[in-house]
Design a protein around this ligand. Structure first.
Ligand code: NAD
Length: 256
């Protein structure tokens, strides 16, 4: 049902972004994939997706830590019916030792990029008379964990931006919502296992069961396919009156 629509997913050469892009392509959308690299394998991902789903897929390099590149991504795509703000990084450290450059990078990539892409995409959506913005926030946009100051601050900020965007577009055929995933076993989560092992003095297995899935009552990781299908739902007519809010896909985490 998304045939003829163009969807841009930031940070989509891996993990959740790639999974969401696959689901949107399966629903018929032409895709723009993105990351800050420009490798053969990035373009190969686009070709593979195009072949698998029979849609047009482009890969556009843009660094989401830079406001002008965020805006250039949307301009270069030329049209944007669906915008999925997904790019994100993580760093785990206590506040006094939290590296300032990591704080700045997380705020820029995880929060500011959504402001820039949204600012560039809204005029295109208004021209088309239809639009969907889905911000991939986190359970950490609604709750907190120690040692994740920048990430939790950025994700709470994204939920605030989601509400404002929903209000500014409320009278139009445009919606903006956040998806708040619990733990998904992607490269981003893999990468924090060693630091969390150090922080808590735990084995890998204990970090997975006692720290990560400890907060997730389902005791299962969320999958990228489940998140992709949630995004597809938010793009459907059934979701036309869902705006300015967030949907938790977290195995019960935020119900605790
Ligand atoms: P990931 O590391 O697999 O993917 C992150 C993506 O962002 C990659 O494609 C990476 O290339 C891209 N990226 C990083 N820096 C970038 C930059 N400067 N410019 C452009 N792209 C950049 O991680 P993921 O787990 O798939 O995370 C995707 C999003 O989901 C993030 O916003 C993350 O905070 C959020 N999230 C993840 C989980 C989880 O458990 N994995 C839970 C909740 C929310």
């Amino acid at each position: 049902f998304l045939t003829g629509k163009t969807a841009i997913v930031t940070g989509s050469n891996s993990g959740i972004g790639l999974g969401v892009a696959h689901r949107l392509a399966r629903a018929g959308a032409d895709m723009v994939l993105n990351s800050f690299t420009d490798r053969d394998e990035d373009h190969a991902l686009a070709e593979e997706m195009a072949r698998e789903h029979g849609v047009t897929v482009r890969y556009i390099k843009a660094d989401m830590s830079k406001g002008d590149e965020c805006r250039a991504l949307i301009e270069q795509a030329g049209t944007c019916d669906i915008l999925i703000n997904n790019a994100g990084i993580q760093h785990v450290a206590p506040i006094p030792e939290f590296p300032v450059e990591k704080w700045d990078a997380i705020i820029a990539i995880n929060m500011n990029s959504s402001f820039h892409t949204t600012a560039a995409a809204l005029p295109m959506m208004r021209k088309a008379g239809w639009g969907r913005i889905v911000n991939i926030a986190s359970a950490h946009g609604l709750t907190a964990s120690p040692f994740k100051s920048a990430y939790v601050a950025a994700k709470h900020g994204v939920i605030g931006l989601t509400k404002v965007t929903g209000l500014e577009t409320a009278r139009e055929n445009i919606t903006c919502n956040a998806i708040c995933p619990g733990y998904v076993l992607t490269p981003l989560v893999e990468a924090q296992i060693p630091d969390t092992m150090k922080e808590y003095g735990m084995s890998r297995e204990d970090v997975i069961t006692k720290v990560m899935l400890e907060r997730q009552p389902s005791k299962e990781f969320v999958t990228v396919e489940e998140l992709g299908d949630t995004a597809v739902f938010l793009c459907s007519d059934a979701a036309a009156q869902i705006t300015g809010t967030s949907i938790s896909v977290d195995g019960g985490w935020t119900a605790l």
